[in-house]
Design a protein around this ligand. Structure first.
Ligand code: BES
Ligand code: MN
Ligand code: MN
Length: 479
């Protein structure tokens, strides 16, 4: 592990509280703090806060307490671990002057399950640094990215340069659908009042090609259950005479896309916003190398909806994917069995102006209609989320863009992402606040996969860039 040591002494100009308008000393300050800030993140990554698996319940609560302590240390007031029906939301704030703008920082401290464990090169909750990258579950999504905000805030506090008010809302159920966040947001509208919401939970194009995420897809997620006979049967004695639910489910799923990889659910595309030729052209000018993309994934050929490029397929077009499928015998060796049931988890990524509830209903009706009378079908909806697109001519976008220009030396490219952060639409609808997505991860960081990692460059660059957003946003908003 590389150690960050510095003999730099940071000399601060003699200014009063929150009056230090020059932020350029923050870079030197960060230089002296790198080892500490890195070690703190490693401690955070050691707590296995897997929200999907009840076995980690205690650790998830412990992570909330960790965040609480760090917010207090950084200088937040009113820090509270707010209980919900599920995992708590950590809140903290610093109000320096009610007449100044307020930035609401959102992030999540929960992580995806680490399995399959055998594919990790080092244990997921024992972070290691290799080739200037931190390897651990949650390193990028979202502990590393969320924690940048705590440290950026601390740096501003320590140098009297916080230019506006800040509110932190860090939740522990993002990876399982943020179900209790909605109740919290609806009940705490006054406390959460802000001018803009700032989130680092997305990716940029490359370390030397900064980009700002301006779109997220929505989500409809369903689980299906197909039942044939009332019990598992001998596949020789009954095979051929009784519907096999796995065979049937496979056929039904296969029929959901046609030979052009268009989704066949009637009315599925009805509300899909048409993106102008001009915007599509701009989108396709973003740096992207198809050969590298295929090589990285070790695939000979990409696959997708006819008539769209890879960048379009992963941003402005909706999708339907099976996330998991099971049934029958999957143990060692062979067991001859005609299973009673088959299951699948299916996600549909949505784009403006598709509505998740409407799509879920369309799916359910269609899926039931294509089932042969030899089986019964049950469809259970899971969490969903609305798609979002954020403008590039807004004040918050301009402030973010200027911040990247300052620290990367390049104008960031606006780019839509294929992932989903359903709470962005919730904030817009309930709090009437727009979000700016300043993600510093890379698509290659293997989030949700084995060997998730986050670059040290990205972690520290984030801590360096965030204060400039605060500065420029405040300046633009108050002049
Ligand atoms: N941080 C991701 C979303 C993301 C990743 C957006 C990369 C853009 C680029 C977030 O934690 C996530 O995983 N969201 C889920 C949805 C949620 C409802 C479980 C997703 O996109 O699958
Ligand atoms: Mn995330
Ligand atoms: Mn995630």
């Amino acid at each position: 592990m590389r150690l960050y040591r510095s003999n730099l002494k940071v000399i601060l100009p003699p200014t009063g509280k929150y009056k230090n308008k020059n932020m350029d000393h923050l870079k030197d300050l960060l230089e002296t703090k790198k080892t500490t800030y890195l070690n703190e993140l490693l401690d955070l990554l050691r707590i296995p806060s897997v929200s999907a698996d009840p076995a980690y319940k205690e650790s998830v609560f412990q992570t909330a307490d960790f965040i609480k302590d760090k917010l207090i240390e950084a200088g937040c007031d009113g820090v509270e671990v707010c209980p919900t029906a599920g995992y708590p939301i950590v809140y903290g704030e610093k109000i320096i002057d009610p007449s100044l703008p307020t930035v609401l920082v959102y992030g999540h401290y929960d992580v995806q399950p680490a399995d399959p464990l055998e594919l990790w090169d080092s244990p997921p909750f024992e972070p290691v640094i290799k080739e200037d990258k931190i390897y651990a579950r949650g390193a990028c999504d979202d502990k590393g990215q969320m924690y940048m905000h705590v440290k950026a805030f601390q740096n501003m506090m320590e140098t009297n340069s916080l230019p506006c008010n800040v509110k932190f809302m860090i939740e522990g159920e993002e990876e399982v659908g943020s179900e209790n966040l909605e109740t919290f947001v609806k009940a705490e509208k006054e406390r959460l009042k802000a001018d803009v919401c700032l989130i680092s939970d997305t990716s940029m194009i490359a370390n030397d090609v900064p980009s700002i995420c301006v779109g997220l897809r929505g989500l409809s997620y369903v689980e299906v259950e197909v039942t044939g006979p009332n019990r598992d049967l001998h596949s020789g004695v009954y095979g051929g005479a009784v519907a096999n639910p796995i065979n049937i489910l496979s056929k039904m799923i296969a029929s959901l896309q046609d030979e052009n990889n268009h989704i066949t659910i009637p009315s599925f595309y009805d509300d899909v916003a048409v993106v102008s030729e001009e915007e599509r052209k701009a989108m396709n000018e973003a740096p992207f190398d198809l050969i590298d993309y295929q090589k990285d994934l070790e695939i000979d050929k990409i696959h997708g909806e006819d008539g769209y490029t890879t960048l379009e397929r992963t941003s402005i077009r909706p999708t339907l994917d099976v996330n998991g499928m099971w049934g029958g015998y999957i143990g060692e060796g062979a067991k001859t069995v005609l299973p009673s049931k088959a299951f699948a988890k299916i996600s549909m990524r949505l784009v403006p102006n598709q509505n998740p509830d409407k799509i879920t209903k369309l799916f359910e009706d269609h899926f039931k209609s294509i089932a042969p009378p030899s089986v019964k079908v049950k469809v259970t909806p899971h969490h969903g989320g609305d798609p979002v697109v954020t403008p590039t001519d807004s004040l918050e976008y301009k402030a973010a863009s200027k911040a990247y220009e300052k620290t990367f030396g390049k104008t960031p490219i606006p780019q839509r992402s294929g992932g989903s952060i359903p709470i962005v639409a919730l904030f817009e609808n309930e709090l009437k606040v727009k979000t700016v997505l300043m993600g510093f991860g890379l698509d290659s960081d293997a989030i949700h996969s084995p060997n998730e990692h986050y670059g040290l460059f990205n972690y520290f660059k984030g801590i360096e860039t965030i204060p400039y957003f605060f500065k420029y946003y405040t300046e633009m908003k108050t002049t």
